[in-house]
Design a protein around this ligand. Structure first.
Ligand code: CMP
Length: 141
């Protein structure tokens, strides 16, 4: 089933000059960017995006980190895009991620793990509209 998912290259990924590397992996594996922008979130904007984690012990540190520098936000389209993106990213904790995945290869720890990806269709929808309006989404074959 063709799906759309939201992907973020986090501030650590941008700082490590991994924008091209991450997008290359997506493109090589059939995840097609249909919308993309670079942003520097405020703390409030990061808190809004991660509102589902409000109250968790890592929420403050996570949102401080996510607002610490520019990020690249993308909508990726493809067959089973949500699951495929999660597979390419690897487990949240880089130490537990499979060999060859983005987080395993480049992540420093469970918070600074290079990329974010939607975890389910409902989340993808909410996350996409958090960052993009309909005019910003291109149609690509
Ligand atoms: P992400 O896929 O962006 O979704 C939520 C983020 O919270 C996650 O990646 C990590 O960056 C962060 N996170 C999740 N669990 C923890 C944790 N136990 N400690 C610190 N950060 C976490």
């Amino acid at each position: 089933m063709e799906e759309k998912t939201l992907s973020i290259i986090k501030p650590d990924g941008v700082r490590k000059n991994l924008i091209g590397e991450v997008i290359k992996r997506f493109e090589e594996n059939g995840l097609i960017p249909v919308a993309m922008k670079m942003l520097h979130l405020t703390k409030k904007e990061a808190e809004g995006f991660y509102a589902v984690h409000k109250g968790k012990p890592f929420y403050d540190s996570l949102t401080t980190f996510m607002s610490s520098g520019p990020i690249v936000v993308m909508i990726l389209k493809g067959e089973n895009a949500i699951e495929l993106n999660r597979k390419l990213m690897g487990a949240t904790n880089p130490e537990e991620a499979e060999e060859g995945t983005i987080r395993r290869q480049y992540g420093d720890n469970i918070e600074q793990n290079i990329v974010h990806g939607s975890d389910a269709p409902e989340t993808a929808e909410t996350e996409i509209v958090y960052f993009f309006n309909s005019l910003e989404v291109c149609s690509r074959p």
